[in-house]
Ligand binder design. Structure first.
Ligand code: OSB
Ligand code: MG
Length: 369
């Protein structure tokens, strides 16, 4: 396989509802789509970076430059024995994994399409025909709105609820959610809003038998999470600070967490995602698939990833309609009344692309060959 063209497109899509975390509120996404071509066949990937460098160091504009000036030139025109050869070609770049992973995932999709097999099969997945789904609910304008939103998502069938927390929107909010919904699978994600000085405060969350608390401490920390975990009954789940399989091994050695949120972009694509998955499995740490408010393309990749065997907990991969009035793919991703997404058997990531709609949303485009 040889890539003869790489096309970067930046699309702008308004969210149907704002999404607020401890680091800010998002109302509209600016997403980079990566199309890779070989012999007239295209594969597609999505860069999961945010609009600002607040979740991690990447953002849409930085990802564009990393892809255009560093990643694409090293991959174009090269004979590739398979998609696993793509990630090492950009391995000399420090971090910027979401940019690198967007192109890498596109090549996996292309390879699956060239072989006529579904992406889930190409990556070695297929452990399940339906993936269990939860939802991630952002900080709302009021607790009443949050409770109403949770009730609506539960009625749709979602298997677990994640709420976002930050100082000032944490223990009291979780208490009210627990009082209203005593037996649901519930968890909280802090996106690095606390420090070890808050350990006493965070310990109060132990009263609410949460499934896990996600990334309470610094985005780049594993050691303090281990110190905090020793003081909590609730399992910690690491998100931001797990970028490599080696980080998984370090977290396991230190007992820094009980669970890992695995995001395709955060670790730099399928090759490292599989290594992270395998390292967690070897350490008996269950994983689940995180989300980054993806369009249908990134969502379809996440669905394929979620069929690897150690994805045993409901993820943040949910229906297209929770994010978009209209998605880029046909059909849109839908969730069953049991709160699952069914796997599709079409080649590649398994959905049709709405190229006309993508063109309509495109605000920037550049082809490299
Ligand atoms: O920490 O998991 C996170 C969205 C943007 C940035 C970080 C996170 C999230 C989510 C949303 O929780 C998951 C989704 O619904 O896509
Ligand atoms: Mg998170």
């Amino acid at each position: 396989m040889r890539l003869d063209r790489i096309t970067l497109r930046q699309i702008r899509m308004p969210l149907v509802h704002f999404f607020e975390t401890s680091f800010g509120r998002t109302t509209e996404r600016d997403i980079i789509l990566v199309e890779v071509e070989s012999g007239g066949v295209s594969g597609w990937g999505e860069v999961t970076a945010g609009e600002h460098p607040f979740y991690n160091e990447e953002w849409t504009a930085s990802a564009w430059l990393i892809l255009r000036d560093y990643v694409a030139p090293d991959v174009l025109g090269r004979e590739l024995a398979g998609p696993e050869e793509v990630a090492p070609l950009s391995g000399h770049i420090r971090e910027h994994r979401m940019a690198r992973g967007g192109l890498e995932a596109a090549v996996w999709d292309l390879a699956a399409r060239l072989e006529g097999v579904p992406l889930w099969k190409k990556i070695g997945g297929g452990a399940r025909r339906e993936i269990p789904c939860g939802v991630s609910i952002g900080i709302q304008n009021s607790v009443e709105e949050l409770l109403d939103t949770i009730a609506r998502e539960l009625a749709t069938g979602y298997q677990r609820i994640k709420i976002k927390i930050k100082p000032g929107w944490d223990v009291d909010v979780v208490r009210q959610v627990r009082e209203r919904f005593p037996s649901i699978k519930l968890m909280a994600d802090a996106n690095s809003a606390y420090t070890l000085a808050d350990a006493e405060h965070l310990r109060r969350l132990d009263d609410f038998y949460l499934m896990m608390i996600e990334q309470p401490l610094s985005h780049d920390d594993i050691i303090d999470h281990a110190v905090l975990q020793a003081q909590l009954a609730t399992p910690l789940c690491l998100d931001e600070c797990i970028r490599t399989a080696n980080h998984v091994a370090q977290a396991a050695r230190l007992r820094a967490c009980g669970i890992i949120n695995l995001k395709l972009g955060r670790v730099g694509g399928f090759r490292e995602a599989r290594r992270v998955h395998d390292a967690a499995q070897a350490a008996q740490i269950p994983v689940w698939c995180g989300g980054m408010l993806e369009s249908g393309i990134g969502r379809a990749h996440n669905i394929a990833l979620s069929t690897l065997p150690n994805f045993v907990l409901p993820g943040d991969v949910s229906a297209s309609s929770r994010y978009w009035q209209r998605d880029l793919i046909h059909p849109a991703v839908e969730v069953t009344p049991q709160g699952t997404i069914a796997i599709r058997d079409q080649p590649g990531f398994g959905y049709e692309l709405d190229l006309e709609y993508i063109r309509h949303l495109t605000v920037r485009e550049e082809s490299l060959s």
